[in-house]
Design a binder for this molecule. Sequence first.
Ligand code: DX5
Ligand code: ZN
Length: 222
Amino acid sequence: HTTPYILPSLLAADWSKVAAEVKRAEDVGVEVLHLDVMDGAFVDNISFGPQMVQTVRKCTSMYLDVHLMIHRPDHYLERFLQAGADNITIHVEARYDTSVVETLRRIRAAGKHAGLALHPDTPFEAAIPYAQEIDLLLIMTVVPGFGGQPFMEKETMPKLAAARDYRDAHGLKYNLEVDGGIYIHTAPIAKAHGANAFVCGTSFYGREDTAAAMAGLTQCVS
Ligand code: DX5
Ligand code: ZN
């Protein structure tokens, strides 16, 4: 949880050429790709499901970080595992047939990494019962649902710092990921509050020169 990672989000890529867009990331040294799954119910947008994850899996050996912005993630879990996700992040605020803890345990039992995400309105305390069950805590820095929104610094940075301090005080090891509005001017702020994984949609795929984007983003958090 100390190595910084830049995670391009495929949401901001050109979907008319998904394979090429995946390769565009891999070619500039990206190790982890972020995939945003939205169900039109948990969030006010619909993106893609397991079939797209599987499509991306066929294009690359990069680590796939799958962010489930969906209700009943436990119901759909097997399909995302089958599709080739390496990390699956679920939202604490979602509805479950079973429970958050059971879902996290199933992800780990499958040999994958388990992440828990917090909406900007959700306090860090909501994650405490799961602190031992997770490999990653995702602090959303925008209201989930859309790319291209501004970084919510005031609302989310104290929570990020609290998540870092709690982890360090309890000898835990979860990674701290931020997602939404991450650019070269906001990533260092998130880093200063404890983030080591930086999801970059617009700031990566929105750029023509992805090599320059990757270099700039990597440098600003190193
Ligand atoms: C928002 C998604 C993000 C989004 C980030 O709901 O979870 O991953 O793609 O996009 P940018 O970097 O453009 O804010
Ligand atoms: Zn995301």
